[in-house]
Design a protein around this ligand. Structure first.
Ligand SMILES: Cc1cc2nc3c(=O)[nH]c(=O)nc-3n(C[C@H](O)[C@H](O)[C@H](O)COP(=O)(O)OP(=O)(O)OC[C@H]3O[C@@H](n4cnc5c(N)ncnc54)[C@H](O)[C@@H]3O)c2cc1C
Length: 385
């Protein structure tokens, strides 16, 4: 069957691109191998989909080309998406740091996308697996439901994380087939596992912290796990973490621990109890017990105080690995932006071929940025199709 446009992947970017192309009069076919579309949207944001962020700029994304996302983000903004959400009367709220969530359920976002696709007469085939793609004047897509052809092909198959909801490497395979480079992929927005066996038994303890590596810092919660650390600040830093780079954690942001102990030194408290005034008791106990200077604070020398301060304000953690694609919200890396138009997402190698969403080497921070990239890149492609 012939169409103007075939979109592989009925996720966030694919559905968004589909109805925007349909509205422009194109006949659009979306091919999705799951039994239902938008499964990642359904599980996102703890079931409430953090669908965008009030404040989105290219600086909130990681990409080999830090400028690549600018044009698409400017062409379709968070305010544009919010207007769509409001038109569909979906209740939302701002959780923190500009993050916008559905008040009720992520399903409302999927229903909104499906209703827009319906109005734009988009054909959606679920339970349909792509076997191979070829190009001979038109794109031919061989599937479990037969062959389909189109003048334009949009690859919106997402990244590798969460295979249990349908992620595959098809997008990267198609990119390679047409001569595109793939920037090395790895799991991201993910918990990190510490190096070595001696990780403290603090699973479940959380604290507000500033987590830094290289030039990047995030202040949010961290959460101890059995093997390492998780929590929003760790997920954020995982976008920038490299195996050879230690991560520095300030467990008491804004408090100069050395100065505080010196001014309180007259108080005859144990170090653990002193630290527990501002840190969770279990964490304070662990820090005190792990230092050679575990004594009442009035007995600490200046050198001892510096040691305590550095383990609280500048705790150095070496991580060994991430918790893997099964637990990662996104895939870092992907189809190289070198060979894509930043205005239209079209391949510079194969006219008529487009890559949108997470399959591209553009990865957002935690906080609604990845969906905004899916909407913005999908819109840019739809406008050009
Ligand atoms: C647990 C979790 C929570 C998240 N929460 C948020 C959040 O709150 N906010 C946020 O901004 N981001 C969040 N993300 C990230 C966000 O979901 C993705 O970045 C976004 O969905 C990417 O959109 P996409 O359309 O590129 O890919 P996807 O939404 O993954 O869509 C790709 C589609 O292609 C289909 N597909 C794959 N391979 C094939 C194939 N071979 N044949 C046919 N179809 C195929 C898949 O089944 C899927 O439906 C979360 C991710 C996870 C895993």
């Amino acid at each position: 069957m012939d169409h103007d446009v075939i979109i592989i992947g009925g996720g966030a970017a694919g559905l968004f691109c589909a109805f925007n192309a349909g509205r422009r009069g194109k006949s659009v076919l979306v091919i999705e191998h799951n039994a239902e579309v938008g499964r990642k949207i359904l599980i996102s944001g703890g079931g409430r989909c953090n669908f965008t962020n009030r404040d989105v700029g290219a600086e909130n994304f990681v990409s080999t080309n830090p400028h690549f996302a600018k044009s698409a983000l400017a062409g379709y903004t968070p305010q544009d998406f919010l207007a769509l959400v409001k038109r569909h009367r979906i209740g939302f709220f701002e959780k923190t740091l500009g993050q916008l969530f559905c008040r009720e359920s992520s399903r409302q976002i999927v229903e909104m996308l499906l209703s827009e696709c319906g109005r734009a007469r988009v054909t959606i085939r679920t339970g349909c697996s792509v076997k191979c793609v070829s190009h001979d004047g038109r794109f031919m897509v061989e599937t479990s439901d037969g062959s389909f052809s189109a003048g334009r092909l949009v690859v919106a198959c997402g990244g590798l994380s969460f295979a249990k909801v349908g992620a595959t490497d098809l997008g990267y395979r198609i990119a390679r087939q047409f001569g595109h480079k793939i920037v090395e992929t790895r799991p991201s927005l993910v918990a990190l596992a510490a190096k070595g066996q001696n990780w403290p038994n603090l699973a479940g303890v959380s604290a507000d912290a500033v987590v830094s590596t290289g030039k990047h810092s995030f202040r949010e919660n961290i959460l101890f796990t059995h093997r390492g650390l998780s929590g929003p600040a760790i997920l954020q830093i995982s976008n920038y973490w490299r195996k050879d780079r230690p991560v520095e954690i300030d467990l008491l942001p804004g408090v100069d621990v050395a100065a505080a102990i010196k001014s309180d030194r007259a108080k005859r408290r144990s170090l653990a109890n002193y630290l527990a005034r501002s840190l969770p008791q279990r964490l304070a106990d662990h820090i005190a017990a792990s230092l050679s200077v575990n004594k009442p604070i009035d007995q600490l020398s200046n050198a001892d105080i510096e040691l305590v301060a550095s383990s609280v304000n500048a705790w150095q953690v070496e991580f060994d690995k991430t918790e893997g694609y099964d637990r990662a919200e996104v895939t870092l890396g992907g189809v190289s932006t070198d060979e894509l138009s930043s205005q239209t997402m079209e391949s510079k190698r194969q006219p008529g071929l487009y890559f949108i969403g997470e399959v591209v080497d553009v990865t957002g921070w935690l906080g609604g940025y990845n969906f905004q990239w899916a909407w913005s890149s999908g819109f840019a492609a739809a406008a050009a199709l």
